[in-house]
Design a protein around this ligand. Sequence first.
Ligand code: OFO
Length: 178
Amino acid sequence: MIGERLTEAMNEQIKHELESYYLYLSVAAYFHSKSLDGMAHWMKAQAHEEMIHAMKFFDHIIDRGGEVRLQDLKQHKTQWSSTLEAWKDAYQHEQFISDKINGLISIAREDRDYASEPLLAWFADEQIEEEATASKITDEIEMVGEDKSGLLFLDRELAQRPFPAGSPLDPAAYGQAE
Ligand code: OFO
C-alpha cells in the first residue's frame, strides 16, 4: 500500500499535470487568436499528453490502495506578449514539472516505496524529452525572430504533430476541421 506522504505528493502532481493540460490549452487558444493554427494544434496534442500524465498518477494511487483527492487548478494566463514568450513559458513550465518529478523520486526513495519506481522512472525519462522539445522549439522561434516567413514555416511544421488515436482534443473527434 502507498504511504500517506507519497499519496499526498502524487495528488499534488495530478494537479500539476492537469494544470499543464490547462496551460497548453490556454496557449493553444492564444495561438489560434494569432492565426498560428499549427502551433495551436501542437499545443492541443501536448495537452492530450498531459491528461494522460495526470491519469497515470490517478491510477497508480488507486491501484496502490491510496485516496485520490482532486484539487483546485490555478488560473493560467490567457495572453502573451509574443509567440516567443508563450513558448518560453511552456519551456519554463516543463522545467518546473521536472523539478516536481525529482521531488517525488526523493520522497519515494526516502520512504522506500520501491513499487513506484517504474512509474517515476518513466516520468523522469519523459521529462528529458519534454524539456528538450520545448527548448528546441523555443530556440527556433528565437532564431526566426521577426521573420514572418520563418514563423509561418515553423507553424506549418508544428502542424504535422499527430494526435494520438481517439484523442478527444482532435477536432476530427468532434466533427470539426482544424
Ligand atoms: Fe506532464 O509533462 Fe509536460 O508538463
